[in-house]
Design a protein around this ligand. Structure first.
Ligand code: ZN
Length: 393
């Protein structure tokens, strides 16, 4: 409705929205959807009922690229709570510490925001069958939304994907194909099948970004447009971080906020392609070795949105670093003591917040929001191993 065009995030080439592309044909980089921001600003200005509405993904429909709101595919995603962690903020020495708990989404992970938009678009493009590569959470999420829309869903996952996530996808009726040892290999296979076998390709592409940016919208909305000093996000493919930055910038463009937060991203040790490039100033290079990790959901060797993560962090004067399995396990247990059970990869954000506070990157009076991307029930076996000492961290 208010969307304008697709723009390449690397070379700036522009394409019409109806082109059906999923990456830039010229350079292969991810694309962004842009909007007529002045029109959005006019629409929401002084719209009191809109401001009073509780946050959820489709509250922000004017920032989303759909042509018919009557045909959206939704399971009431988003609207996840923002919890203040008072005891923890005192213990660790933050001004204010919040967790945006994305485990409260319909399939237990942040991915549902993006899936709702992507599957809505799949229907607009008259797709019958969709395919997605995933480390597990996106597979379960696309399967649920595909089921809701009556589409056939095939998911491609690497060996070692947690069984809970595959069971979840199968219960939603998806076909599961195990391919390769890593997410990157599964992704190449999904893209090949999409090209050759007429699947609608879902995954870390621009329509998903549009759904995922609502995490950023909701954080600002829930803080009553008081901008936090930091938003800290786990990095797998980097799409969520990139999307949150796009979202907060869009709120800034339409005048909803007068300031921007700094964005920080956490990679798990062993899968540090972006952090290494950030620290050395060199191009992002694929991590070569597969190492044991408790954070399988973010164990990505070459993140598709790596360049966009670095740009977001640079633009926001933010921060990037790795955290260890041990730091992540400890952070997960700290969240547990606050009544919040997250999957291991989600705990990297708090682990990084703690590290940044200890290193003085975050000041003692600053407000910090950590994004916890998935529910702990998503990966119980890994926590069992940590608790029993079977995974030495
Ligand atoms: Zn390009």
């Amino acid at each position: 409705m208010f969307e304008a065009k697709l723009v390449c995030t690397h070379c700036g080439a522009e394409y019409p929205l109806a082109s059906g592309l999923y990456k830039c044909p010229k350079c292969g980089a991810p694309l962004d959807v842009t909007y007529h921001y002045d029109d959005i600003a006019n629409l929401i200005e002084d719209d009191d009922p809109w401001f009073r509405e509780s946050p959820h993904v489709w509250k922000y429909w004017m920032f989303l690229p759909v042509s018919n709101l009557k045909r959206i595919v939704t399971l009431n995603e988003g609207g996840t709570r923002l919890y203040r962690l008072k005891r923890l903020e005192e213990k660790l020495g933050f001004g204010k510490l919040y967790v945006k708990y994305e485990g409260e989404n319909p399939t237990g992970a942040f991915k549902d925001r993006g899936s709702s938009v992507e599957i809505t678009k799949a229907l607009e493009f008259h797709a019958r069958k969709v395919i997605v590569a995933s480390t597990g959470n996106m597979a379960a999420s696309v399967s649920a939304y595909g089921a809701k829309a009556g589409l056939e869903v095939t998911i491609v996952v690497p060996e070692g994907t947690p069984g809970e996530k595959l069971t979840q996808a199968r219960m939603y009726g998806a076909k599961v194909e195990v391919f390769g040892k890593t997410y990157d290999e599964a992704l190449a296979e999904a893209e090949r099948k999409a090209m050759e076998e007429d699947y609608y390709l879902t995954g870390n592409y621009h329509y998903r970004v549009e759904g995922q940016k609502t995490t950023g919208f909701e954080i600002l909305d829930q803080l009553r447009y008081n901008v936090p000093d930091w938003i800290i996000v786990p990095i797998g493919a980097g799409t969520h971080l990139r999307a949150i930055w796009k979202g907060v910038k869009e709120f800034y463009k339409v005048g909803l906020v007068e300031d921007l937060p700094r964005i920080a991203g956490a990679q798990i040790e062993g899968y540090d392609a972006i952090v290494r490039a950030w620290k050395t100033g060199k191009p992002i290079e694929k991590v070569q070795k597969k190492v044991p990790t408790i954070a399988s959901a973010i164990a990505v060797k070459k993140p598709v949105d790596g360049e966009n993560v670095i740009r977001a962090v640079r633009e926001s004067d933010g921060h990037l670093d790795t955290v260890t399995n041990r730091e992540t396990a400890e952070a997960g247990m700290l969240l547990g003591r606050e009544g919040i059970f997250v999957e291991p990869s989600s705990a990297t954000a708090l682990a990084l917040a703690k590290k940044m506070r200890e290193e003085g990157v975050i000041d003692k009076d600053e407000t910090v929001v950590v994004v916890a991307t998935g529910h702990g029930l998503k990966d119980v076996k890994t926590w069992e191993k940590v608790l029993s000492g079977d995974f030495v961290v």
